[in-house]
Design a protein around this ligand. Structure first.
Ligand code: FEO
Length: 169
């Protein structure tokens, strides 16, 4: 049974995962508006991953004897300056999520809530890739400075990404 404080913190993180889902959907919309369908595909896969993360929190809260609460969030950001701007914001966002997951883990350990710590362990590992993956694309974008041919090549590469549901060992 999770504590009230932990239930609140997990529900808050569930909201952030749903927020991430919609943030990436808004970014996919920006790419669609620029006919960059490969970039849009990459972001659509990202939305699917974030939805899966949110549902993992939902299920865990319920399984741990808590009450999942679905919460609203503010208007999404739909306007972006450039492709690079989108990925810069993606990396910033994932670094913020990483800090939040680490804070949750610290709370679980402080409360000696080892079941929640074990649940969060998957997210701690996942966040390494969640930052590294958009960072790599950002590095490439900064290298090519959004030059037309290079951008189209990257767009074709990102079109290959497919959603793989999370596997929790
Ligand atoms: Fe669910 Fe991208 O962190």
């Amino acid at each position: 049974m999770i504590s009230e404080k932990m239930q609140e913190a997990l529900n808050d993180q569930m909201k952030w995962e749903f927020y991430s889902e919609f943030l990436y959907l808004a970014m996919a919309g920006y790419f669609k508006s620029r006919s960059l369908d490969g970039f849009a595909n990459w972001m659509m896969v990202q939305t699917q991953e974030e939805h899966a993360h949110a549902v993992m929190f939902f299920n865990y809260i319920a399984d741990a004897g808590g009450r999942p609460e679905v919460r609203a969030f503010d208007q999404m950001e739909n306007e972006y300056e450039s492709v690079t701007d989108v990925f810069r914001k993606t990396v910033e966002h994932e670094k913020l999520v990483t800090r939040r997951i680490n804070d949750l883990m610290a709370l679980a350990l402080e409360e000696k809530d080892y079941a929640t710590a074990k649940f969060l362990d998957w997210f701690v590992k996942e966040q390494v890739e969640e930052v590294a993956s958009p960072q790599k694309i950002l590095d490439q974008l900064e290298l090519v400075k959004e030059e037309g041919n290079a951008l189209m090549m990257l767009d074709r590469e990102l079109a290959q990404r497919v959603f793989n549901p999370p596997v929790v060992a």
